[in-house]
Design a protein around this ligand. Structure first.
Ligand SMILES: *Cc1c(COP(=O)(O)O)cnc(C)c1O
Length: 390
């Protein structure tokens, strides 16, 4: 086991090791990353390159370690969500990898990106002008086309003309053109297919007009999983590489992918063995609810772990036994340990993962909290040590 090094994760609050002072941690299975990467390569075929997306600090699962692993797996280009993340990667040994930033900067931020050799996304003419003005040598850029999602990008309606204009600007080298069509249901899948085809037509037209684009990319996780058809030579998945389904469970068979986040754990820091004692004048708050002990863990709202949504209940696992969550405050949660034999301070508690015959998945946590898997990862991001296994 290797512990995350805190030094290159400056914006994170996490420390290097599991601390007795707050014994919470996440276990990251890098072997699953290798496995999922190969699965995606099989799905898209050998001629399509994978540009992994590591936005939001690799979905909260370890920006540096995961990005380094992608490079070891053969990725030559990585999509970063922000300048901050890309800068951390640049300073952590990824000197030769093309680090493309999706777009998070004003035109005035462009010189900072170029100084570190990061590749900006042009999603607006103003960005292209700022790059051309700041660049002192031919500089790689990626162009984002808005093919209908109404977010970042040059409109597909004017893209042909604008991209040809950008190509003529001094010191600009268009290394890639991409679009994004995420979806989570059949209706949007149809829309994604239609717009992806339009995007591919655009790339063909540009080629006919003499502009060949080294990298064209339209599909992210959902498009890869569902087999959206394109004529691009790259894909940019995030979720599925981390073993997180981007589609509803009934829409695709996701069973071959393995979760990168294999466990979230904490430890019992306090026990109330007589929590069920109902002696008048002595009865404690949970006396009517539990039949045995309660235990406290330091894993709570502060750690990105809220109480279950109204109408839902949640549990943790202790010694292979269900331990219902009774309450969650800002710093601690109380667990019902009634069914756990001989509970002790220091007992390991599984918030997510497998213990004995019981298993809690990220999807379970999302359902209990009425949240999404992504939001849960983002809430927990940087709040506890990551322990990496190979
Ligand atoms: C997030 C993102 C991706 C990856 O999306 P997944 O659904 O996680 O595969 C790809 N491209 C862009 C522009 C994104 O913002």
């Amino acid at each position: 086991m290797k512990h995350a090094v805190g030094e290159h994760s400056a914006p994170d609050l996490r420390s290097n090791t599991i601390e007795a002072t707050r014994p919470n941690w996440m276990e990251i299975d890098l072997g699953a990353l290798d496995h999922n990467f190969r699965l995606v390569q099989e799905l898209v075929g050998p001629d399509v390159r994978i540009i992994p997306c590591v936005k939001s600090a690799a979905y909260g699962l370890g920006l540096v370690e995961i990005s380094q692993r992608f490079v070891e797996l053969g990725a030559q280009t990585i999509f970063c969500g922000s300048y901050e993340d890309a800068k951390i990667l640049r300073h952590s040994g990824l000197e030769k990898t093309d680090l493309v930033i999706f777009g998070s900067t004003l035109p005035a931020g462009i010189p900072s990106l170029l100084e570190l050799g990061l590749i900006p996304t042009v999603h607006h003419m103003e960005i292209a002008k700022a790059i051309s003005a700041a660049a002192v040598k031919p500089t790689k850029i990626y162009i984002k086309v808005d093919s209908g999602r109404g977010r970042l990008g040059i409109s597909i309606l004017t893209a042909e003309e604008e991209i040809l204009k950008i190509a003529r600007m001094p010191n600009i080298f268009i290394a890639g053109v991409y679009t994004h069509q995420p979806f989570t249901d059949a209706e949007w899948a149809e829309f994604a297919q239609e717009r992806t085809t339009l995007f591919c037509d655009l790339i063909d037209t540009l080629r006919e007009k003499g502009l060949s684009i080294p990298v064209a990319q339209a599909r992210s996780s959902s498009g890869v999983l569902l087999g959206i058809q394109d004529r691009c030579n790259a894909v940019a998945p995030g979720s599925i590489l981390y073993g997180k389904n981007s589609l509803p469970e009934n829409m695709v068979d996701f069973s071959k992918f393995r979760p990168l986040l294999s466990a979230i754990k904490t430890k019992v820091i306090h026990l109330t063995p007589d929590a069920a004692d109902r002696t008048p004048g002595k009865a404690l708050r949970y006396a009517d609810v539990v039949t045995g002990a309660t235990g406290v863990v330091p894993f709570a709202r502060k750690d990105g772990h809220p109480i279950a949504a109204p109408g839902k209940s949640s549990f943790a696992i202790v010694k292979g036994i269900k331990a219902p969550v009774l309450s969650v405050s800002s710093e601690q949660a109380v667990l019902d340990l009634s069914a756990v034999p001989d509970p002790r301070i220091g007992d390991e508690v599984t918030i997510l993962g497998t213990d004995g015959n019981l298993r809690i998945t990220l999807s379970d946590l999302a359902q209990w909290q009425g949240s999404s898997m992504n939001d849960i990862l983002l809430m927990m991001r940087g709040r506890m040590p990551l322990v990496f296994k190979n």
